[in-house]
Design a protein around this ligand. Structure first.
Ligand code: GAR
Length: 192
């Protein structure tokens, strides 16, 4: 059973989809830690309801990224974490975590990368009036939403869509795709 840490900054609907897939037997893994950089993030409440330990921190209380990432790394060691799963974690991963977990950090992003990286990818696509956008799951490197792509699926932007409708359609796909791809990755990594 692979040991995962989920990193999130907000609502945590992807965290929930992963936790539900585990409970339903569709993903052979354990979430042994949630890492969160915002005290008011709803994902913390979700983690409590699932009885999963949380490490929360406030970046501004540290001198630099290495400062808080060293503490995160200690927590990952304590909980025996093998894979870091980014699920709406709105910070760049630095060299402290990449050094130890390179090729074992996965991110989900709501666009067809390399289009629309960074913040508000759904709003960016909506404003650009493209015909389709989508969801990308990729390994994380030092860049912003760069790194080798693992899976990508398109979502059409339809006449009459609002940004909220588009966001709902994209998130529904995320909740289906992320657990499925994580399951495949966990299976593959069992054999290596
Ligand atoms: C998700 O749509 C995820 O793809 C996006 O943040 C949202 C988090 O939602 N991530 C990024 O934009 C990363 N650059 P959630 O908190 O409900 O899972």
């Amino acid at each position: 059973m692979r040991r995962l840490a989920v990193f999130a900054s907000g609502n945590g609907s992807n965290f929930q989809a992963i936790a539900d897939a585990i409970k339903e037997g569709n993903l052979e893994a354990d979430i042994c830690l949630v890492v969160c950089d915002r005290e008011d993030a709803y994902v913390m409440e979700r983690a409590r309801m699932e009885n999963i330990p949380v490490f929360s921190f406030s970046a501004k209380q540290y001198e630099n990224k290495a400062g808080y990432e060293r503490e995160i790394l200690d927590e990952l060691h304590i909980h025996g974490v093998e894979f870091i799963i980014l699920a709406g974690y709105m910070r760049l991963i630095g060299s402290t975590l990449l050094g130890e977990y390179s090729h074992r950090i996965v991110n989900i992003h709501p666009s067809l990368l390399p289009c629309f990286p960074g913040k508000d990818a759904i709003g960016q696509a909506f404003k650009a009036e493209v015909k389709e956008t989508g969801v990308t799951i990729h390994y994380v490197d030092e860049g912003m939403d760069t790194g080798p792509i693992i899976a990508q699926e398109a979502v059409p932007i339809l006449n009459g869509d609002t940004k909220d409708i588009l966001q709902k359609r994209i998130q529904e796909l995320e909740h289906e795709l992320y657990p499925k791809i994580l399951h495949q990755l966990c299976q593959e990594k069992q054999h290596t």
